[in-house]
Ligand binder design. Sequence first.
Ligand SMILES: [Zn+2]
Length: 220
Amino acid sequence: MTKLKESIQILQACEDIKEFNLVFGTWGNISVLLEDNNILITPSGIPYDDMREEDLVICDMNGNVLHGNQKPSSELKMHVSIYKKRADVKAIVHTHSLYSSIASATLKEIPLLTEDLAMALGGPIKVTNYQTAGTKELADEVVEKLGSVNAVVLSNHGQTSVGPTLEDAVLSAVMCEKACMLYVKSLEISKSPRVLSEEEIHKMRDAYTTSYRKLREYRE
Ligand SMILES: [Zn+2]
């Protein structure tokens, strides 16, 4: 496979999610939508520490493997379904991080408690109905409950986070984990922690994306 800049970005993101303590064992996966609309995705069952550029797999939007010697992640259907539904999403990070997993077994929705979460995620995080890992049914649930925000919690499983770049998707994953941690810990102190209203969240998200876009255009 020819060298892709996105391969380096994915290997870096694997390092980053480990650094942020979002990884347990080999579970979780990362993908990027390439310019030709194919998907570069991490392989199934290879530890992040051992993963090399040549282990990454390129698939088309129908889930067919185009390049690579490994099996693509078992959650490929979920990645494909998200890219088909959300034109703004160019990268996806799926992890079984601790607080997202706790929330996945105890909550129906994770309200946002702080400004940074509102800016990064753009809305409260929904929890899917339970579906078996790797299935089309789970992929459909994820797309529905993700809606237009940047993270969703998968019932009795973990979390999936998205972004317009892989850097943004990693940030969404970190903030999803933080959102779950804050809410779970807040519930230990109060039965009804004060949560941000959807109106306030949208206001902060709009301000963030506007200034962020300007900053990015300036850099480019
Ligand atoms: Zn998983």
